[in-house]
Write a protein that binds this ligand. Sequence first.
Ligand SMILES: Nc1ncnc2c1ncn2[C@@H]1O[C@H](COP(=O)(O)OP(=O)(O)OP(=O)(O)O)[C@@H](O)[C@H]1O
Ligand SMILES: [Mg+2]
Length: 251
Amino acid sequence: MPADPKPHAVVLEARSLVKRFGAVTAVDGISVEIRAGEVTAILGPSGSGKSTLLRCLNFLEVPDSGEVIFQGQRVRARDRDLDALRSRVGMVFQQFNLFPHLRVWENVALGPRVILGLPAAAARERALGFLARVGLSDKADSHPLQLSGGQQQRAAIARALAMEPVALLFDEPTSALDPELTGEVLSVMRALAAEGMTMAVVTHEVAFARAVSHQVVFMDAGRVVLRGTPAEVIDSPANERAARFFSRPGA
Ligand SMILES: Nc1ncnc2c1ncn2[C@@H]1O[C@H](COP(=O)(O)OP(=O)(O)OP(=O)(O)O)[C@@H](O)[C@H]1O
Ligand SMILES: [Mg+2]
């Protein structure tokens, strides 16, 4: 057996991605590789382009230039490519984005039923299974607004998982939550990481990034200014902006 395992396959990749909003270049020529079975943490100051990068990776924003490569294929802004990308790459948002008029299990069953074409009973069974995985079996019949923020976010994670995605993108999944609710969401994400789920996570949770991620990408002003292992980027950053960021109180 080789001593050095092969690096994991790249699942999702940005190449020289650029996204502008008027005069603002939110993403300014970024290349990143999201590798199978790894957690990529994306950190950086507010306005550095983290959300825009994540949204470009899922084509929620169409990049102005550069490429998104998914499983070796360049994604183009046409329906066939986007449907394939979005049904295989899940996204979890800061604000959960659950449908308030649907029960929790119905939120989770919707994608499998409508997009994957599962029969109703199978979609419900799948939903209940993923709700159990995030510790929400007892809330399946509730409506989202009857849940705490942490429970709503866990339901949103179950909804993403129910599509059996090849990768999950998280945009600050805990920053709308109180500290005690943050913990329950991070522990679900830790369990997913331990199971080998491929994830890219925009987060301000430095301790989580240090403990769970394989790769840390530090952004400033639309660029990646530092990348490496958590030890390299968080604990001994060879970049002044990153050093300042990680030495701030609470980091
Ligand atoms: N839809 C939009 N229209 C105009 N400008 C935008 C839009 N989305 C983002 N921007 C701008 O692009 C830049 C990067 O924004 P982005 O939301 O990607 O940053 P961020 O790193 O996610 O910040 P935060 O940590 O506050 O979430 C900012 O200057 C922002 O104002
Ligand atoms: Mg953001």
